[in-house]
Design a protein around this ligand. Sequence first.
Ligand SMILES: CC(C)(C)[C@H](NC(=O)Nc1cc(F)cc(F)c1)C(=O)N(CC(=O)NO)CC1CCCC1
Ligand SMILES: [Zn+2]
Length: 185
Amino acid sequence: MIAMDQIIREGDPILRQKTEKVELPASEEDKETLSEMLQFVKNSQDDEMVKKYQLRPGVGLAAPQIGISKRMLAVHFTDFHDKSYSYGLFNPKILSHSVEKTYLQNGEGCLSVDRDVPGIVPRYARITVKATTLEGEEVKLRLKGYAAIVLQHEIDHLDGVMFYDHINQDNPFQPPENSTPAEEM
Ligand SMILES: CC(C)(C)[C@H](NC(=O)Nc1cc(F)cc(F)c1)C(=O)N(CC(=O)NO)CC1CCCC1
Ligand SMILES: [Zn+2]
């Protein structure tokens, strides 16, 4: 079982590396790892598990955050329209995105960042992601708002990008041009 002490924290160079594609069909080892990552995110939203293992409630996790430099991520969350997402994804790729941007009005955090970094994180409002699921099926996900934000945050980790890299240093709270808050999408 993945516990918080296995989560790599900022400062470790692995979080700034570009990850390698996963050989498909995935090996038993890679499937086991991705399954444990998905289970960690689910556990982190279960009150009993949070209390028992002092988990930080999470919505997603990328492989570099547990020290594995491979293109795989797990997400488990419900968006602002009560639509649920629960996926382990191999080799996710953003095929296309809107010009319009979105953002979380309270900014973002990260399981690998033990400090508050205030500011708006501009994200694409709508994205189309191609990936292979833990079950081995190729999927094309059309995401918007909060779901688009979560996937962009996790895919960024696969390219060594941290959420605060996107914050406007001159005016951290300036909403981006042509954007709508995710809470209103
Ligand atoms: C960093 C943390 C604050 C833990 C963040 N959680 C979160 O934003 N809210 C949350 C928590 C829940 F339990 C249930 C729920 F519906 C919402 C998160 O998991 N991540 C994932 C991460 O760090 N991945 O690398 C950060 C989010 C910021 C925007 C998208 C992902
Ligand atoms: Zn993160």
